[in-house]
Design a binder for this molecule. Structure first.
Ligand code: ADP
Length: 189
């Protein structure tokens, strides 16, 4: 059984196997949670990202995909970088699917690594402009579906082997929104 938990805090301080980074497709660092992860994790993470750019991801990591690097000095084993979509109302459906894909793909990569605990930020809900409540609904739904699928499979599904998926919300407001959306989803709304 995979537990889905919510905490208010800084994702760079989580003792987990995998910290998920809301990266940009260059993989070469940015602001927000990406900046905090590279600052605290140190240069080894960027060195791994550069190697990925020089090998498999010459054009960058496509939106909705995920890839792992070392976690450097962070209290985690790996950072899984994923690229959220920029919020664009004219392309809502396609981009909402890409946002869900970030969670599924990150969980798949984490499970392949053998991670038991995975921490997520609210992907796309910062500089990429996704309204927090909708970002929370997409995030919680995608993870719940991946978890439900892995419970009924022989270890092939996204979350297989992961014991905890922890959403780490930056600030009381974000935490409150995730908590409210989680309760609404549990009640079938
Ligand atoms: P994006 O470009 O995908 O929108 P951002 O990093 O700008 O990514 O923001 C994503 C979310 O991460 C926002 O809700 C932001 O408040 C949050 N955030 C920023 N720093 C941290 C941190 N250190 N730990 C957890 N969440 C963070």
């Amino acid at each position: 059984m995979t537990q889905i938990t919510l905490v208010e805090g800084d994702i760079t301080e989580q003792r987990v196997d995998v910290i998920v980074n809301a990266a940009n497709s260059s993989l070469l660092g940015g602001g927000g949670v990406d900046g905090a992860i590279h600052r605290k994790g140190g240069p080894e993470i960027l060195a791994d990202c550069r190697r990925l750019r020089a090998s498999h991801y010459g054009k960058g990591l496509p939106t909705g995909r995920a890839v792992a690097t070392t976690a450097g000095r962070l209290p985690a084993r790996w950072v899984v970088h994923t690229v959220g979509p920029v919020h664009l109302p004219d392309e809502y459906e396609r981009r909402a699917e890409l946002l869900a894909s970030c969670y599924r793909e990150s969980l798949r990569v984490a499970a392949e690594l053998g991670a038991r605990t995975v921490a997520f930020p609210a992907i796309s809900a910062g500089v990429y402009g996704w309204p927090l409540e909708d970002a929370a609904r997409i995030a919680l739904t995608a993870v719940a579906e991946a978890v439900a699928e892995s419970a009924g499979s022989q270890g092939q599904a996204e979350a297989a082997g992961v014991a905890e998926v922890r959403f780490v919300l930056f600030g009381a407001e974000a935490y409150g929104v995730f908590e409210r959306v989680q309760r609404a989803l549990e009640q079938g709304n």
